[in-house]
Write a protein that binds this ligand. Structure first.
Ligand code: 7RM
Length: 655
């Protein structure tokens, strides 16, 4: 389709069909189709969550469903289970030969791993880890690319009761070092390297650099992915494949208490030091199995499900590893970049494997929009029946594009709001029940109690904007920050007291009680006494046909107060000049109001992004305010900042 037609289609859909009720066909076959589930769950949350915990295999049933001691809470106390057993052993009798992962390597290699094969690999590796001295309660760092050995390593830890700490393969040696040291990991599982856009990433080299300063590490297990020659330290470093083939294939899964730690995952906060988010076993697994089954409407026998995140982020932990495997479904696992060797890579994978469900992030969707519809249109995507979005607010234009050009106009799109801390999805449609509104994550999942409140904690009511809060703990919620419970209390419960969890997001409620997420509250600006979210202005900007992507920050100036600075990437074919600048300012004024009109607009070829694709507004704020740049170590495209700084120089011309 030519660009103009695409615009017209999106425009028409946005105008004519503001809301999308589930089709009768979809509802009829849906796992959850009875809307009374919401009422039932809220009138007796413990009974609801207990019913969801029944999805799992418990070695010993719990004594109590929940014990609340705000801000702490425990779930299924007295119960015993094992996550690896639930993800593997439990499925073997009935469908051990079902594919767990269709793995696709970036260079084009492929491997299908069945539940039985994964079970054997995990059991062998678990034995090998025990042999290396890893015992229950120890921490194991994992720094691997998207290869089947990554979920295997996580499950091997879970099998013997060691907590894993997965560090995203795109992180630097320094980040790896800090995370290993914070958790005092005993063993590191890594690889020689990984593939990204046809290049190799030297993981082992990074690991070696990190390990110069990691006294707790005793052994290093190395997966040979690229088969490059790498440095192996005598007595410390061992080849993964040799260890696994030499180890016995039977390994009992360790019975774990429901509240035993399953893993630590680091996430950035407002300070430089990342927070080690601690998840436990029974509650976490209950939350991810339940939400995965109901929100993605999983039919384990027939679905081919693809969550295109990296396992190094919580989305991958919950919705590539634990949720899908607990539900016994077949997933796709892809190692590489979406534009390698060409921009149709994802669509060719979907066609080849007849994927039925795709779960990805708005930033990816916007890239696809930028690349044009000709790439997906080369492929038969008719196998898709459900689409999901996660990671940031999705602007209605991208939502519609996704549904129309990837979902063929048929599929529900579930916009799922949650965090590393919540472990599982908290706000999302149920695709067989909920009427969708493009741009809204809709309503809290059954058993989740959310609201939007003001500075004092007073509910703002319909049509009001404020802060999102969760008013009652849920099983999948994290328990603490590793080694820093004080920070846990202060960051999440310092604002409204011990009973109310504050996730750090702004939100709006509409007349139907739907939640509209507005981005992090650190991204909320105060322009002449009006609260405007950077996200609202960004949405207005990307709504303009010439804009591919936009990031907005508030620029604080002692004289001028806070003013809006927009960083804009123009679509190919559009020119970022004086004319477009005026047009965009007028456009925003038209969409939101004059008070939201950006004071300045800087055109740039790209925006600074973290490796998970989140725009780093903090750095743009530094640029806008003419400061030294803060921490750039988590940035995937650092060089673009120099370019942006040069272009933004005029912002400070009169200072
Ligand atoms: C899953 C994940 C969490 C933050 C969260 C929000 C933002 C995530 C959505 C969203 C609007 C969504 N974990 N966020 N999902 N905002 N709509 N559907 O991303 O810990 O890495 O990030 O991401 O600000 O607080 S995370």
């Amino acid at each position: 389709m030519v660009e103009e037609e695409v615009e017209r289609t999106i425009e028409a859909l946005l105008q004519e069909r503001r809301t999308f009720a589930p089709s009768e066909e979809f509802t009829q076959q849906a796992n959850l189709k009875d809307p009374s589930v919401y009422e039932q769950a809220s009138s007796d949350p413990d009974a609801w969550w207990a019913s969801q915990a029944e999805r799992l295999h418990w070695f010993k049933k719990w004594d109590t469903v929940s014990e609340l001691d705000p801000p702490h809470h425990t779930w299924f106390v007295g119960g015993q289970l094992n996550a690896s057993y639930n993800c593997l052993d439990r499925h073997l009798d009935e469908h051990g030969d079902r594919v767990a992962y269709h793995w696709v390597g970036e260079p084009g290699d492929r491997r299908a791993v069945t539940y039985r094969e994964l079970h054997e690999e995990v059991s062998r590796l678990a034995n090998a880890l025990k042999d290396l001295g890893v015992t229950k309660g120890d921490r194991v760092a994992i720094y691997l690319p998207m290869v089947p050995e990554l979920p295997a390593a996580m499950l091997a830890c879970a099998r013997i009761g060691a907590a894993h700490s997965v560090v995203f393969g795109g992180f630097s040696a320094e980040s790896l070092r800090d995370r290993i040291n914070d958790a005092e990991c005993k063993v590191l599982i890594t690889a020689d390297g990984s593939y990204r856009r046809g290049q190799t990433v030297p993981l082992k080299e990074n690991a070696d650099e990190a390990l110069r300063d990691c006294p707790s590490i005793e052994k290093v297990v190395v997966v040979q992915r690229t088969k490059d020659d790498v440095n192996m330290v005598e007595g410390r470093d061992l080849v993964y494949r040799n260890l696994v083939s030499d180890a016995p294939s039977e390994c009992e899964a360790e019975p774990m208490d429901s509240e035993d730690m399953l893993y630590i995952l680091y996430t950035s906060g407002t300070t430089g030091k990342p927070k080690g988010i601690v998840h436990t076993t029974g509650g976490y697994l209950t939350g991810v199995a339940s939400t995965h089954f109901n929100i993605f409407d999983i039919k384990p026998e027939t679905d081919v499900y693809w969550c295109a995140a990296d396992i190094g982020w919580v989305t991958g932990h919950s919705y590539i590893v634990y949720g899908p495997l607990a539900n016994g479904c077949t997933s796709i696992l892809y190692e590489g970049a979406p534009d390698w060797p060409e921009k149709n890579r994802w669509w060719s994978i979907i066609e080849e494997h007849k994927a039925t469900i795709l779960y990805t992030a708005p930033t990816a969707i916007r890239s696809f929009m930028k690349w044009g519809t000709e790439w997906p249109q080369r492929h038969d995507l008719s196998s898709l029946r459900l689409l999901g979005s996660v990671g940031e607010p999705i602007n209605p234009e991208a939502w519609i594009w996704y549904q129309e050009f990837i979902g063929g106009g048929r599929t529900p799109v579930v916009d799922t709001w949650w965090q590393t801390e919540t472990g599982a999805i908290m706000i999302s449609p149920l695709p067989g029940v909920t009427t969708l509104k493009p741009g809204s994550a809709t309503v809290p999942y059954p058993g989740v109690s959310a609201d939007v409140v003001d500075e004092q904690g007073k509910p703002v009511g319909p049509d009001g904007g404020g802060y999102l809060v969760l008013k009652r703990p849920v099983p999948s919620m994290f328990r603490t920050i590793f080694g820093d419970d004080q920070r846990y209390r202060e960051t999440y419960f310092g604002r409204y007291g011990d009973e109310i969890y504050f996730p750090g997001d702004g939100a709006k409620l509409d007349d139907d009680g739907y939640f509209w997420l507005l981005g992090r509250v650190d991204d909320v600006m105060n322009i002449a006494g009006h609260r405007i979210s950077t996200y609202e202005v960004e949405s207005a900007l990307v709504d303009h046909p010439s804009v591919a992507e936009a990031a907005v920050v508030g620029r604080n100036d002692p004289k001028e107060g806070e003013t809006i600075v927009a960083f804009v990437t123009a679509k190919s074919g559009s020119e970022g000049g004086e004319d477009l600048m005026q047009e965009l300012r007028n456009h925003v004024a038209k969409v939101i109001g004059k008070l939201a009109r950006p004071h300045s607009i800087v055109f740039t070829d790209d925006l600074p992004k973290t490796r998970s694709g989140k725009i780093m507004r903090r750095l743009l704020k530094d640029v806008a305010e003419g400061r030294e740049l803060g921490d750039v170590t988590t940035l995937q495209n650092a060089p673009i900042l120099d370019d942006i700084r040069t272009k933004a120089a005029s912002l400070h011309a009169d200072e």
